[in-house]
Design a protein around this ligand. Structure first.
Ligand code: ZN
Length: 288
């Protein structure tokens, strides 16, 4: 009896998957995703555990706790946007990584956000940081990671999970994808999509919505400098930009696209009130 029930349950799950597939195809123009949002949350938790166990590669910032709190407050403000759907389902928690040479941030599926001290030091104001945070939140919200998993693993794996044939498979895939960082390697289309949504999210915040362009301008300027230059600080920036550009392509195109969005939204030029460069200097001073 018990066996019959569980078989029925598996069949029901398989049917539910097929149904959700057809619903998704009809409803979403952002790309096919065969996974439920619980998979995003589960993968994010697994990746977060691995990051915390890997201090050599991801040294967690142990300095002033106000730095992390500041980023968390900023995140909480951004996810209040009406365009954020998974506020209650994804945790949207921030961690700071102590690495001045990496001008970057990333977000796992399911909303675990990591910000490098290198990014915090490189930007000039709060709004630019908020623009990058909005972009990272969008990768989780728009579910780019599980979309790529759908492309990579397709129907076969989702059917196996649904039928209970290989329950540990998700954990294995989470670990493998993370070690190769495949889930974090966003396509150019994902990057554009995340920029679009960063702009939308910031419209209901105190920060200038087009501010991610200042980040692109910064990295474009830094990438023009020669890594072999005499100033070692510039050499360091150029090296980090190399790394950043491998996951965030074509800054000039993205500056142009952001300018177009600013024009379409008829935004007035930014001011100190929505860039907040003065208050941001205090935050920078908290970094060692
Ligand atoms: Zn990105």
């Amino acid at each position: 009896m018990k066996k019959r029930y569980s078989r029925l349950r598996r069949i029901t799950l398989a049917i539910a998957c097929t149904l959700s597939l057809s619903v998704f195809v009809v409803n979403c123009s952002g790309g096919l995703n065969l996974y439920g949002t619980d998979t995003d949350a589960q993968l994010g938790k697994q990746m977060d555990d691995q990051i915390r166990q890997n201090a050599a590669e991801y040294p967690i910032f142990k300095g002033n706790p106000a730095v992390k709190q500041y980023l968390q407050t900023m995140t909480n403000e951004i996810v209040k946007s009406e365009h954020v759907q998974y506020r209650g389902q994804f945790p949207y928690v921030v961690e700071v990584i102590q690495d001045d040479k990496t001008i970057n941030a990333f977000c796992t599926p399911g909303g675990y956000i990591y910000v490098y001290t290198g990014l915090m030091k490189a930007v000039d104001n709060e709004a630019t940081l908020a623009g990058v945070m909005g972009h990272e939140i969008a990768h989780a919200e728009r579910r780019h990671g599980t979309q790529r998993m759908t492309k990579a693993y397709g129907l076969q794996m989702i059917a196996q999970i649904a039928l209970g044939q290989n329950p540990s498979q998700l954990a294995t895939i989470g670990a493998n994808l993370f070690s190769g960082l495949a889930l974090l390697k966003n396509s150019r289309m994902d990057e554009e999509d995340a920029d679009v949504y960063s702009f939308k999210y910031l419209q209901s915040t105190p920060w200038y919505p087009g501010s991610i362009k200042f980040f692109f301008e910064k990295i474009t300027a830094a990438s023009g400098k020669s890594p072999g230059g005499s100033q070692s600080a510039i050499a360091n920036i150029a090296t980090s930009v190399e790394r950043l550009l491998s996951t965030h392509p074509l800054p000039q195109d993205r500056i142009d696209a952001t300018n177009k969005r600013i024009e379409e939204a008829k935004l007035p030029p930014p001011s100190e009130a929505n860039l907040r460069s003065q208050p941001y200097q205090q935050i920078k001073r908290m970094l060692p």
